[in-house]
Design a protein around this ligand. Structure first.
Ligand SMILES: *Cc1c(COP(=O)(O)O)cnc(C)c1O
Length: 435
């Protein structure tokens, strides 16, 4: 029995499923998760002393690699002066100013929270509060955290897709969220034509990446903004995953910033906290200033904007200059190419979906454009791919519905490990499809 197996057996007796977040328990690939001892740069070391090249990056935040000296030093300095004040502090202000500066006119105010879930929950409350309307429109397969309004894929269309609502989400809340298939502007327009006066906001991921990466149809987010605005509703662009990752200014940088339009509200998380519990809702002053204390829409947090998390975020953003993004894009290009070629070499049908440095590889023989098509990927083959790659030293997300996250710490030696591990994974997937 490995030390990981021992710890996991113990964890099952102390924590539900042995984990603090479900995907960590390998529910979709099987097997037992490996416990991590430490991580440096592009490498994770487990409690059995095995080392992996990390392509999960804590689900996004570790964009500059683990334990980067600049981040470690900033956090150490911060915590030496206490981990939380429950009062304003300068590093918090500096991070807010950095976000405003980076988002070049799209963001005037930033309210920090401790998780992306809270940030999106706050954005929804703000949208409902300022419009006085109840409905939120979301897309099936987009993840916006685990607040009640967003664990909902309401309506019979969703039931027929087999997406269960979570028990514990009240029907009254579920019925105020409308979920539509991703990419279907016609259905969005139809919904607004019939219920437009009740809709507070459309909430969408900057680039969907939580059903695997889906490439938005051309101008999709801009069209959503136009439809929403035509009916007095808001567009909330959830950039918890894409913010400060897919470009220096996130998904907006690839679309709105280029084309001259902005969503009404943004949510950020993951990279903005550099691996500490930190997220934010952000946007125009006119909207954000309606939050308490200036406005009547309530939102708060004991640990929000705490100095340690803000220091980690500020140091991480400081590392991510235009050279760093260029390097990240190039690394992602190389890794995606490796996977594409390895699967070609063994004849496993696949689809590579990629938006700048964010990509997914679906073991599928049809284009993957939404949750329904993503669900038709060969999950059994992916499980075999995952475990073979893991055994060969590659730390991948344990599900075919996730993005591959690169960091700027990946070097040529890592690319060699990736190449070998992916080849092993591809052979295992090919075998699975023949069995
Ligand atoms: C991760 C994620 C969230 C939730 O963030 P947490 O910090 O896990 O609560 C929300 N939206 C998107 C797009 C995400 O990827």
């Amino acid at each position: 029995m490995s030390r990981s197996d021992e710890l996991f057996a113990r964890a099952l007796e102390a924590m539900p499923g042995g984990v603090s977040s479900p995907v960590r328990a390998y529910p979709s690939v099987g097997g037992t998760p490996r416990f991590v001892r430490e991580a440096h740069g592009s490498h994770i070391t487990d409690v059995d002393g095995r080392r992996y090249v990390d392509l999960v990056c804590s689900w996004g935040p570790m964009i500059a690699g683990h334990a980067h000296p600049a981040v470690v030093e900033a956090v150490q300095q911060a915590v030496a002066g206490s981990t939380s004040f429950g009062a304003p502090c300068e590093v918090e202000l500096r991070l807010a100013e950095a976000v405003v500066a980076r988002m070049a006119g799209a963001v005037e105010r930033v309210r920090f929270t401790c998780s992306g879930t809270e940030a999106v929950m706050t954005a929804a409350r703000l949208a409902r509060g300022v419009t006085g309307r109840p409905l939120i429109v979301k897309f099936i397969g987009c993840y916006h955290g685990h607040a009640d309004s967003f664990l909902v894929a309401a309506g019979s269309g969703v039931a027929s897709l087999g997406l269960p609502d979570s028990p514990g989400v009240p029907q009254a809340i579920a019925s105020d969220t409308v979920a539509l298939p991703y990419g279907r502007l016609d259905l969005v327009a139809e919904l607004f034509a019939t219920r437009g006066e009740q809709i507070a906001a459309i909430v969408t991921e900057g680039v969907p990446a939580n059903m695997g990466v889906i490439v938005p149809p051309p101008d999709f987010n801009r069209r959503l903004a136009e439809i929403a605005h035509a009916h007095g509703a808001l567009l909330v662009q959830d950039e918890v995953l894409t913010g400060f990752r897919v470009s220096a200014t996130g998904a907006w940088g690839l679309t709105g910033q280029r084309d001259g339009w902005t969503p009404d509200l943004f949510t950020f998380g993951k990279v903005i906290g550099g691996g500490m519990p930190l997220a934010a809702v952000a946007g125009r002053a006119e909207l954000l200033d309606q939050l308490a204390p200036l406005g009547s829409i309530y939102q708060a947090g004991t640990l929000s904007g705490n100095p340690a998390a803000c220091a980690a975020g500020l140091a991480t953003l400081g590392l991510m200059d235009s050279d760093a993004y260029a390097r990240l894009d190039s690394i992602a290009e190389q890794v995606a190419g490796i996977v594409d070629r390895a699967l070609d070499a063994v004849g496993v049908a696949h689809r590579l979906n990629k938006v700048s440095n964010l990509f997914s590889v679906f073991l599928a023989d049809e284009p993957v454009v939404d949750f329904a098509s993503a669900s038709r990927q060969d999950r059994a083959a992916f499980s075999r791919f995952f475990h073979a790659a893991l055994d060969a030293g590659l730390w991948l997300a344990p599900s075919g519905f996730e993005a591959w996250f690169c960091s700027t710490a990946i070097d040529d030696d890592d690319l060699e490990v990736i190449e070998k591990a992916v080849a092993a994974g591809a052979r295992a997937a090919a075998q699975a499809q023949q069995d």
